[in-house]
Design a protein around this ligand. Sequence first.
Ligand SMILES: Cc1cc2nc3c(=O)[nH]c(=O)nc-3n(C[C@H](O)[C@H](O)[C@H](O)COP(=O)(O)O)c2cc1C
Length: 359
Amino acid sequence: MSKTEIRDEQTRTRPADPAGTDPTGSDPTDADLPDADPAVAELPAVDLAACVEAAIAAPSIHNSQPWRFRIRDGGVDVLADQRRRLDVIDPSGRELVISVGAAVFNLRLAIRQQGRVPVQRLLPDPAEPDLLARVVPGRPTAPSPALDALAAAIPHRHTNRRPFARTVVPATVVEELAAAARREGAALRLAGPVARGAILGLVRTAEQRLRAQGIYRAELAQWTLPAHGRRDGVPPQAFGPWDALEALPLRDFGLAQPRLDRRSERFEPYPTIVVLSTDGDTAQHWLRAGEALQRVLLVATVHDLAATPMSQPLEIPALRELVTDTAAGRWAQVILRLGYASPTTPTPRRPLAEVLIAG
Ligand SMILES: Cc1cc2nc3c(=O)[nH]c(=O)nc-3n(C[C@H](O)[C@H](O)[C@H](O)COP(=O)(O)O)c2cc1C
């Protein structure tokens, strides 16, 4: 049987795959893999750099790209870049670490595409607190069509803030997304009609409260202005149109540059909303949430599903508590709107030279 797991290894710090096997049957588990075999040849640094290129296509809060990478000893260190933390909406760095986790998932996938099992060590390393993960190419492994499809989806995944079609997302696809989250040690739940109404209400409240704060608007301006010529931040072509009925409280990235010519369109009245959660709320859970988020988004992309995170209520502690159920061991990490939409445009990325640090 060919092993198709990209999830390594791993780690004494990370629980074994809670699902045991992927219910889709397409991605069996390889949970008991030993550490990287020193007898296996190292991947050339140029191939590892290509893997980092895949990593930086990941989504990040406000496209802040808060990551750095170090190629050393045949593996890739992944570090948080705290200078890029959003102090107003993300003082704890939770969304920063989720963003880095999404990049780690792409990195693992890219190493798997090089024909090697990615062996991941979750840190912390007290000597270097910003070092969040290290991924090393392990033993050779056979290709997997399911993982090939996920890897092929990396350049096609974009946050889509356009109106979505009034088409139901099939339950089988939602179950596949939930299985993708479970594979990464997280949970994804579909909001029923009552929960959807409640969550949208919280998003609306949060969006209004945030907008009312000058420091929020100033921080948003930092990541949206100047509107052209930068390699990070959210550019105007990614803002999406106005919601003509103001029913769907997407984050308004146009606050700092109101434009009278911005189009207004009708958004879907009953969006499909899912909540990604973890069973704890430490930096390790956040990293895992990011890996799960990216796995979910890539599976969604394979199914031609568009997605928009709606994080505003998770950025206000009192509102996040209302989406979180600590008694049930669930901490909300990301709220996602899912659906079918016309394609959107990619956002820029900083060049490799800016994110690679000397080994
Ligand atoms: C942790 C996290 C939270 C995010 N929250 C929001 C959000 O509240 N609203 C939104 O429109 N986009 C949100 N995004 C999407 C980012 O803005 C997007 O990933 C970034 O601009 C890069 O664009 P791309 O996803 O198209 O590559 C979030 C992304 C991450 C990783």
